[in-house]
Design a protein. Structure first.
Length: 165
């Protein structure tokens, strides 16, 4: 597995961001019919070499959105009322969504494992969202995730090879 150097990743992702933004715009304009397949293929290739436990940058730097079912499930896991879970761990962001009060995630252990893995929020289960249907609809989010997730940066690089020719 590829070991992640987060310092180098941060510099590389910032450096590549303008090119990745151009790629995103090109994809939005051309609307390739096989975009989902390209993302899914690149997603499989990226995660064949990258182990999330070597990185956990998503857990260290960002917060997932917590929907009510996530809150209720985690509250049950902690034997708390949902309102107590919200009061202790969450606040509403500018979009009105529940997010963590701070980063890194309070459920992240020192070995990058999640204390609540079986009960983790839907957004964590689906992250980095590069194997979903209708990738065209979440290209803006995926572009942002190139700054957070080395796998997404690699996926953009692989897809971009075809479009940078």
């Amino acid at each position: 597995m590829l070991k992640i150097d987060l310092n180098n990743f941060s510099k590389e992702s910032q450096s590549d961001f303008p090119a990745n933004r151009k790629l995103k715009e090109k994809l939005k304009k051309t609307k390739p019919k096989d975009l989902d397949a390209k993302f899914h293929r690149a997603n499989e290739e990226a995660f064949a070499t990258i182990d999330c436990l070597d990185c956990a940058n998503c857990c260290k730097t960002t917060s997932p959105i917590f929907i009510q079912t996530d809150i209720d499930r985690l509250a049950r896991s902690f034997r708390m009322k949902s309102s107590e879970f919200i009061d202790k761990y969450l606040h509403r962001d500018s979009d009105g969504d529940y997010v963590l009060n701070f980063a890194p995630c309070p459920f992240l252990s020192v070995d990058n494992k999640c204390f609540v893995y079986e009960d983790r929020p839907k957004a964590c289960r689906e992250y980095p969202h590069t194997d979903r249907k209708n990738m065209l609809g979440i290209l803006d989010l995926s572009l942002k995730n190139t700054l957070v997730c080395p796998a997404v940066l690699k996926i953009f690089y692989e897809i971009g090879k075809e479009y940078r020719k």
